[in-house]
Design a protein around this ligand. Structure first.
Ligand code: AMP
Ligand code: GLY
Length: 424
């Protein structure tokens, strides 16, 4: 099979690494890719926003299958255009990608199909939103409706913060994404991410993970795209997984199909384990980044036929095997992230993969033969272990062998799981 992978982050490096191990693979192309992905694929400089150019490349190279990593091309309808051109594509349609692209869309779906989530209201202007906040009181959560690069959510502990967040949204802090606002009840509990595949009819549970969104140790400081993750998430016991499938995932997949937006691809539910049980915080219509890196380390099955079955409607024939080991990834980021940071700082050394550990590239590039950091999140040092404690020790040991003066990481990725393991 000839495959084109769309994307350039650590998630796509992990997907490329795994797809490249498939006996079914004939050739892997990646657009635009990064220097880590280049170990496994031929990089192509395609403009992903130019759908006609992507289609014409797939026809020229006789590509059999396109795998789309990030959300932006999905929300822009790249999967629709590729499918319309007759090319098998992994990733949801633009209509189904609204599960991530519009928080109001997802909340309305939950309301229609009785899916547990926080009580909410949608608003198109500030005054009624503020009146609702005053009526409900704090803590309360304010969300820009659209994609805001992970920054559109304010968990307001005071009414004043909530009112200010409403003004920010309607004053254009998130551009068009903030033209509509969702005000949602605050949910209390531990979070976990639950990854599933769907071909529009069947939902297949993949695995669980927990990420660390805050930039600082002890989960402090501003939110980021994710400073590290581990899998499995111990809060997702088999009983909770079963309940989540029945109460949240299956009604979502059935509801999307019934509403005329069948969902095909991978998605993950951000869940809050409340006293009432798991409740939905949000959906994402792609693999998480860096959660994908830990899932790919644990996946024992051949990834390529699983993705292809998802895209072609035969997921009911698929089973997926996972390692019982835990995996953990530590993100090395540019100093200053998630605020401003220097670009093109040199990375002198990235250690080779070890048997149970590997460094995935996210925001890197080659400039005149020198590996440099071009993004906020730059490398993902990922390891397996019998326990999260062991995976954590291996990942941090490998991270020490990276030579990059402008990099930093959190020092406590996996802390909740490590504390649990050490308490037993
Ligand atoms: P999101 O961008 O929707 O993932 O939200 C970012 C983070 O905000 C989530 O991971 C949660 O930590 C927090 N959050 C979102 N919605 C709620 C809620 N209703 N209650 C409490 N925390 C929330
Ligand atoms: N790490 C969170 C995400 O990919 O959305």
């Amino acid at each position: 099979m000839k495959v084109l992978l769309i994307g350039s982050g650590g998630r796509e490096h992990a997907l490329a690494w795994k797809i490249a191990q498939s006996p079914r693979l004939e050739h892997l192309y990646a657009a635009p890719g990064n220097p880590g992905i280049a170990e496994h694929a031929t990089l192509v400089s395609l403009d992903i926003e130019d759908h006609a150019a992507v289609i014409s490349f797939t026809k020229d190279k006789n590509i059999d299958f396109v795998v789309i990593g990030p959300e932006a091309p999905l929300v822009a309808g790249l999967a629709d255009d590729l499918c319309a051109a007759g090319i098998a594509t992994f990733g949801p349609s633009k209509a189904a990608a609204q599960l991530e692209g519009s928080k109001g869309f997802t909340k309305d779906l939950c309301a229609r199909y009785d899916i547990p989530t926080g009580a909410y209201q949608r608003f198109k202007s500030a005054e009624p939103a503020k009146a609702y906040v005053r009526e409900q009181g704090a803590p309360i959560v304010i969300k820009a409706d659209g994609l805001a690069a992970g920054k559109g959510v304010t968990v307001a502990m005071s009414e004043a913060d909530a009112l200010a967040a409403i003004d920010d949204c309607f004053d254009g802090a998130f551009g068009a994404a903030g033209a509509e606002v969702v005000v949602e009840a605050f949910l209390d509990g531990e979070e976990a991410s639950f990854f599933c595949l769907s071909d529009g009819k069947t939902a297949l549970a993949l695995a669980t993970a927990q990420d660390h969104k805050r930039v600082g140790d002890g989960d402090t400081g501003p939110n980021t795209g994710g400073m590290g993750a581990y899998s499995p998430a111990p809060v997702m016991t088999p009983a909770i997984v079963e309940r989540t499938m029945k109460d949240i995932i299956e009604p979502t997949i059935k509801g999307m199909a019934r509403d005329g937006n069948p969902f095909s691809g991978v998605f993950f539910a951000g869940l809050m384990m409340t006293q009432k049980g798991p409740e939905l915080i949000e959906y994402n219509v792609r693999f998480g980044d860096p959660e994908c890196q830990v899932l790919m380390m644990r996946l024992k099955s051949d990834l390529l036929p699983i993705l292809y079955a998802t895209a072609t409607g035969t997921l009911d024939q698929v089973t997926v095997e996972w390692s019982d080991d835990a995996a953990l990834t530590v993100v090395l980021a540019s100093k200053g992230y998630p605020a401003s940071y220097d670009k093109n700082t040199p990375i002198a050394h990235v250690p080779d993969a070890r048997e149970d550990a590997k460094v995935f590239h996210a925001g890197t590039a080659l400039k005149d033969g020198q590996l440099v950091a071009t993004g906020g999140r730059v490398l993902n040092v990922t390891a397996l272990g019998k326990t999260v404690t062991e995976a954590q020790a291996r990942a941090y040991a490998l991270a020490k062998d990276v030579t990059w003066d402008n990099g930093f990481s959190r020092s406590d990725i996996g802390w909740q799981a490590v504390a649990r393991e050490n308490a037993t």
